[in-house]
Unconditional design. Structure first.
Length: 629
């Protein structure tokens, strides 16, 4: 474009100088004609002026030639005397000059037009050459800059004609080594591979373009998976003149994609088999993923719930409040369930509800926040826990009955004493009534008093036994701990005196009351005391100690210690396991039941070595919470 502006300026300056040239040449011709007047004697006065017209037409163009013709016509007429200007010869000569000048001007115009066209074609060709050079240079820079793409061309036979630096880096051949060689070299030496190279070029020849993922070979013999694109390069007539090839190494990308696909398939298989239902929602609560386990649990197909609000899986009032809960978290970032988990109620497609444990995790990407919920159906667990509680209650009841079986003979002896005394007092009272004097009446009153006492004693033993054996429902109540221990010891220590057992009780004043199920805690105490009595049967020192103490304002500890041989190291860790027993005829359920009862009360039980030898069992109980008055 700059050259065109320069040429236009030159033409403008040329036209201006052409007009001066026309005036100058006509003036020179006029002066010369005046000089030749004596020789020509008035003849051919216009002939000399053809020269400046022709010269201006050839040198300066049509405009200066027209000016030269007009000036020449005036100058030629000026050479005639005024009386001859209207004569026929003058007019014929002037007309002839005018016709010749017009013809010269027309010829000059045609010549100038062709010259302008030729000049335009020349300038256009120069512009196209510059543009082609610039485009070629840009294309070369672009091809050299395509560092990850090998780009080269081949002739119609497949011989390589151009080779960029990326191709050199990718394949290992330099430009000097590869130019002129067949592109089949990248396919391998086998005949089938060579035929594959020709077939690929043929596909590009037929359809104009061919693209495929093909294994290619480097100079060192190593292979790589390449994305190969072959383009047929056509000439002006549409004939295929050469081929352009672009090769990109996709080995790492394909390996990464296959690894990703493998992980995706693995993840999908896990999600399809994991027992927990998984639901993914966005920050608006819209479900975007619904696992197979979720389909089985809620009764919906994935296609039925995707794009809908997750609140549809909740009964009221949770359904109405869910969006507000979610928005409150987004505003405050204070979690109430996210990252914590809680027990909630789910709603199935058939309208039934069920207990479930919901755990929610949060994932934040660059442009999206997602929440993943894991749902566990607790229906079977709740039923199992209820059944377990029932079995535990029945087991404790059976344990009490078993304990009563071992105490039956001793209880018979214990009850025999008051019953024998009642019979003796009754017989003595009958004898005294035969002679009811004042002395016998006084003795009779004393006998009846002892009779009542022995009856009450026997009744108390029977009542404690009945309360202990009775199953009843589990109910915690506030109990005086010393009174509870005393009642339990009345049953546990039956017959202990005859075995030489001495029992000591020490109650801390501040270690009462406690919040317990009375019968169950008495079961623990009786089991521990009976075990201690049995453990001391072969020991010379037989001392049973029961103490209470305050651990902290909310916890009381009860200790049952004996002076027996202690617990063997191999049984220490298995002491509270079910069916683990040191007795030859024991079932190993007593201490297991004790642990179950204590832990159900929120406490802990353990066995430690007593200071004077033997074993000390310690368990904790909770004190009742004191409500502010």
């Amino acid at each position: 474009m700059g050259s065109r502006r320069i040429e236009s300026a030159k033409r403008q300056m040329g036209r201006s100088s052409g007009y001066f040239l026309a005036a100058a040449t006509v003036t020179a011709a006029y002066v010369l004609r005046l000089q030749l007047e004596s020789l020509l004697d008035g003849r051919v006065r216009f002939l000399i002026f053809v020269v400046p017209v022709l010269f201006c037409a050839l040198a300066a163009g049509r405009g200066p030639a027209i000016l030269a013709a007009i000036l020449s016509l005036g100058a030629g007429l000026a050479l005639f005397l005024p009386e001859r200007l209207g004569t026929v010869p003058v007019l014929v000569e002037a007309g002839t000059f005018a016709i010749v000048s017009i013809f010269i001007v027309w010829i000059a115009g045609r010549f100038a037009s062709e010259k302008r066209v030729s000049e335009w074609h020349r300038l256009h060709a120069e512009d196209e050459a510059v543009r082609a050079h610039r485009t070629g240079e840009e294309l070369r820079l672009m091809l050299e800059g395509a560092t990850h793409y090998a780009i080269f061309t081949t002739d119609i036979e497949g011989r390589i004609t151009t080779w960029n630096s990326a191709a050199e880096r990718l394949f290992g051949w330099s430009e000097a080594e590869i130019l002129g060689r067949d592109c089949a070299i990248f396919y391998g030496q086998e005949r089938a591979e060579s035929e594959k190279a020709a077939a690929d070029l043929g596909s590009a020849f037929d359809s104009g373009r061919f693209s495929d993922e093909i294994w290619q070979i480097r100079k060192d013999g190593s292979e790589f998976l390449a994305d190969v694109t072959i383009t047929a390069l056509k000439g002006a007539e549409g004939e295929v003149r050469s081929f352009g090839k672009m090769v990109h190494d996709v080995t790492d990308r394909r390996a990464a994609e296959r690894a990703l696909e493998k992980r995706e398939q693995h993840l999908q298989s896990i999600l399809a088999t994991v027992p927990d239902a998984m639901i993914v929602i966005d920050e608006r609560g819209i479900m975007i993923s619904f696992s197979a386990a979720a389909e089985r649990l809620f009764g919906y197909a994935e296609a039925d719930v995707l794009g809908r609000n997750v609140s549809m899986l909740m009964p009221n009032p949770d359904r109405e409040r869910h969006d507000a809960y979610l928005q409150r978290y987004l505003d405050t970032r204070i979690p109430h369930i996210i990252g914590i988990g809680r027990i909630v109620t789910g709603l199935r497609a058939d309208g039934s509800t069920f207990p479930m444990k919901l755990s929610v995790g949060e994932a934040l990407s660059e442009d999206q926040r997602l929440f993943t919920g894991f749902v566990q159906d607790l229906t079977e667990r709740k039923d199992f826990e209820a059944r377990l509680e029932q079995l535990k209650s029945e087991l404790i009841h059976v344990s009490r009955l078993s304990a009563m079986g071992t105490m039956a003979s001793t209880l018979a002896h214990e009850l025999n004493q008051p019953l024998t005394a009642i019979a003796s007092y009754a017989e003595a009272a009958g004898d005294l009534l035969k002679d009811p004097d004042e002395q016998n009446i006084a003795i009779l009153r004393e006998a009846f008093s002892d009779l009542v006492a022995q009856s009450l004693r026997a009744g108390a033993i029977v009542r404690r036994l009945r309360d202990f054996v009775a199953r009843g429902e589990t109910a915690k109540s506030v109990e005086d701990l010393p009174a509870l221990i005393n009642e339990a010891s009345a049953l546990a220590l039956v017959g202990s005196r005859e075995r030489g057992i001495s029992a000591n009780f020490h109650y801390a004043p501040d270690a009462t009351p406690v919040l317990v199920d009375k019968v169950q805690i008495q079961q623990v105490l009786i089991n521990l005391m009976r075990n201690a009595i049995e453990a001391m049967e072969i020991c010379p020192a037989r001392k049973l100690s029961v103490t209470t103490s305050l651990i902290d304002p909310a916890t009381v500890q009860v200790s049952v210690a004996d002076t027996g041989p202690g617990i063997s190291p191999e049984m220490q860790e298995r002491l509270f396991e079910a069916f683990a027993s040191t007795k030859s005829n024991g079932m190993g359920l007593g201490l297991s039941i004790c642990r179950t009862i204590v832990e159900a009360h929120g406490g802990r039980i353990r066995a430690v070595r007593a200071d004077g030898g033997g074993t000390e069992f310690q368990f904790t109980l909770a004190r009742p919470t004191m409500e502010p008055g």
